[in-house]
Design a protein around this ligand. Structure first.
Ligand SMILES: Cc1ncc(COP(=O)(O)O)c(C=O)c1O
Length: 458
């Protein structure tokens, strides 16, 4: 079969049979499905042979970059040795080694690793653990979870109840009871203390205390926070925010869950975002970068205190997932962490993040760019209609701008990133951790060109 014929077959089969995630399928009635076939370093190629700079690491996943044959070899070796065995009352060497290694990397006494296959399951598992833990220790009325407005914590019904995006929740209501929203840390649109980040951080943390008191502390199990909130376009924590949240959680006996599905494994220049911002959570949820996407894997990392009652008597955490901690995925994760160490990827991100920021901030001279925010290799660029007043776009304009123009134009220009309007319209960037000035410049130039054209079309 010729390449051309294969391409046409793939296209027809994709349109007929593949259901893409979070995708408006009607968009592909008269447009090709983008079919990606190959990757190398920071770049990927589609079936037509066109090259793209992967400015989103797939989906905040491919930390070490594409095309790493040693990760493929680690997977093949493990599949040949022991392809599968469950963690239901058995162990296998790679899961043990990986749990030990993660515990060494994780802060404080976060020493116990419960594997999952991805992020939503990790988030959901943490909620289930919190609920059962409180029942076991004699506080059975604690089941609620606080999380922030517009924050994304996954799509399974439990994780969706923790998610703070009404648009993706309402079709599935009624959801799991107990999800409570608190304000996020969008300083650009701070409702209070917009000129004082510390006061804003205090206010945002105190809103968590107010919510706990409103709900009744004896009913609240956990607070879920990302180190940098992704959805809405990268909201870093204001100074003092996390230490104050920690104090509040301790005051009311509430668990602090750091949802690091995006932020862990180098995205912010540290193995865990909690380290970067100097707080110690009771649980960390992670996935994505743990394997750099060469195999699926997630994890819930729990403190010694949380496992302690489950080490006694007949107490058992009544939860499990067939493929969680899969031997092939665990082997890949170990090889992935070897690359992190050998190539000094955390130092690389810490050393280059200022240059990434400076390069992106050049875009602030464009009238459509209102804010450039983020940390590490994780940035959001907020688009506005009026820079002086920070006026945003109407829903119709946003639809025309993001779906009608930007997403396609950026892709056509060879940049994979995300034009998102889960909050206000933003372009999100999270390149592989091996990216350097050449990629920063390429991102800046493509964005400059496409955003200039977007502004002219408004
Ligand atoms: C913070 C956060 N939590 C949870 C999830 C859900 O992870 P998954 O898609 O692997 O289920 C995501 C996914 O992007 C995420 O960003």
């Amino acid at each position: 079969m010729t390449l051309h014929a294969r391409k046409d077959d793939l296209q027809a089969a994709a349109r007929r049979h593949l259901w893409m995630h979070f995708t408006r399928m009607s968009a592909y009635a008269d447009q090709d499905v983008p079919v990606m076939v190959r990757g190398d370093g920071c770049y990927v190629w589609d079936v037509k042979g066109r090259r793209y700079l992967d400015g989103l690491s797939g989906l905040f996943v491919t930390q070490v970059g594409h095309g790493r044959s040693e990760l493929a070899e680690a997977a093949a070796k493990q599949a040949g040795e022991l392809a599968y065995f469950p963690l239901w009352s058995y162990a296998h060497p790679r899961a043990v080694e990986l749990a030990e290694r993660i515990a060494e990397l994780a802060p404080g006494d976060l020493n116990r690793v419960f594997f999952t296959t991805g992020g939503s399951e990790a988030v959901e598992s943490a909620w289930k653990l919190a609920r059962q833990y409180f029942k076991v220790i004699g506080q059975p009325s604690r089941y609620k979870v606080l999380s922030r407005e517009i924050a994304y914590h996954g799509t399974t019904l439990g994780a969706l109840s923790i998610t703070g995006l009404p648009a993706i929740k309402t079709p599935f209501e009624p959801l799991v009871p107990g999800g409570v929203r608190v304000p996020n840390t969008n300083f650009y649109r701070a409702p209070e203390h917009g000129d004082d980040p510390e006061a804003f951080g205090r206010w945002a943390a105190d809103e968590i205390e107010r919510a706990i008191l409103r709900e009744g502390p004896e009913t609240v199990a956990a607070v879920y926070l990302e180190p940098v909130q992704n959805s809405g376009g990268c909201f870093p924590p204001p100074p003092g925010y996390f230490p104050r949240v920690r104090e509040i959680c301790d005051r009311y006996g509430v668990l602090l869950v750091s949802d690091e599905v995006i932020c862990a494994f180098g995205r912010l220049g540290y193995y865990f975002g909690a380290e970067r911002y100097g707080y110690l959570p009771d649980m960390i949820t992670c996935a994505k970068g743990l394997t750099s996407g060469y195999a699926p894997l997630g994890a819930l990392i729990a403190s010694d205190r949380l496992i302690e009652p489950f080490l006694r008597d007949t107490n058992t955490f009544l939860h499990g997932i067939t493929f969680a901690g899969h031997p092939v995925s665990a082997a890949v994760a170990l090889a992935n962490l070897d690359i992190f160490e050998r190539e000094g990827l955390l130092d690389h991100v810490r050393g280059r993040e200022a240059a990434f920021r400076v390069t992106l901030e050049k875009l602030l001279d464009l009238p459509i760019v209102g804010d450039v925010r983020g940390d590490g290799y994780f940035y959001g660029i907020e688009l506005v209609k009026d820079k002086a007043t920070k006026e945003t776009f109407t829903d119709a304009e946003s639809e025309r701008l993001l779906r009608g123009f930007l997403s396609n134009a950026l892709f056509e220009a060879g940049l994979i990133c995300r034009a998102d309007d889960r909050g206000d319209p933003v372009v999100q960037l999270a390149p592989p951790l091996i990216a350097d000035q050449q990629q920063f410049d390429e991102i800046e130039q493509i964005l400059r060109d496409v955003l200039t054209r977007a502004w002219q079309r408004l």
